[in-house]
Design a protein around this ligand. Sequence first.
Ligand code: TRP
Length: 376
Amino acid sequence: MNPASSRRRDQYGTSADETLLDQYLRLRQHTQALVARLNHEDMAVHSVPDASPIDTQADARDTAFAADVISGLSARHKQLPPKFFYDATGSRLFEEISRTDDYYVTRSETALLRNIAAELAAGIPQGAALVEFGSGESAKTRLLLDAAPQLSHYVPIDISADALDQASAMLARDYPQLRITPVVADFTGHFQLPSGAEGRPRVGFFSGSTIGNFDGEGAVRFLVSARQALGDQAALLVGVDLVKDEATLSAAYDDSQGVTARFNKNLLIRINRELGGDFDPDAFDHLAFWNPVHSRMEMHLVSRKDQIVNAAGHTFAFRNGERLHTENSHKFTIDSFAQLAARAGWSVADTWISDEPRVAIFRLEPHESNDWSERS
Ligand code: TRP
């Protein structure tokens, strides 16, 4: 092949000597340019098929970040929603947490998934779409995809465009038959599935104990939205962390390598970068503790001194020792999770529990399934 032909670009501007990820990012840019002029109603479908995430709501999310920082830092008990942890650095740091010895959740859940993958796969209908909430690097998803080749569509939803881009490019390479429709979205609010998932059975996948990061009402709201989005015939696979001894929990959220502390403080660095803040991350300590009343681990950033900080065009005062509450991670029992699911119209069809430190995977089905009408 002569060198000129390898430099020739096709209609997407792709040339033969780019890496797959480069090509992918270029394709994404191209599709983004196509939708840039669409009005908001046309953008209701957030994405186009085949591994090209369209992020039509980036501006809205930027505004939401500023608004949440202003209101959260003005509150009497300062707090920020955990979804803002996951910028590119935050997503990478979280993957790093999941590989520390102290953070057991990912390891226990992955081992469990590996053991029960065939059983889970047996409940997945032919031609189904797998819809994943908070897909991140989609590492655990591969266990499901390998065990259930009957899945024809995969819809990863994540708030981090960078994590989605990379994961989708790698999955597109490794699963050429799978139709991948990534969606950059904040699933803590109202969400809509892209058209790729319509008209086929849908299986939801919500792993990593992320459901524990909602407060009680938020978890119910999410489960109700998921039930609506997934439909009456759906199943939802949820990975949940179980109540356990305090020492194991505390180590998991304050690992000895200090990765979790960096992850927590990265929120301040993100505020500095995106909202013109002047936080000194070293002027705050990472704090993690068990709250038995609410059955949750709490993460805070604690001010090491009296200080004034500017961010998002506002000024905020911190007292020495004052806390900024950044995350809750609720821990469940088998019963307490079943009760939560029931409040959102789901019933527990199956429960699997890992080896220690224990986490659970639940298979949920809608309360009022239409199955009976099909059988009669
Ligand atoms: N969903 C994860 C969990 O609750 C998120 C997480 C792990 C996390 N470690 C963290 C969030 C530390 C904030 C701080 O286990």
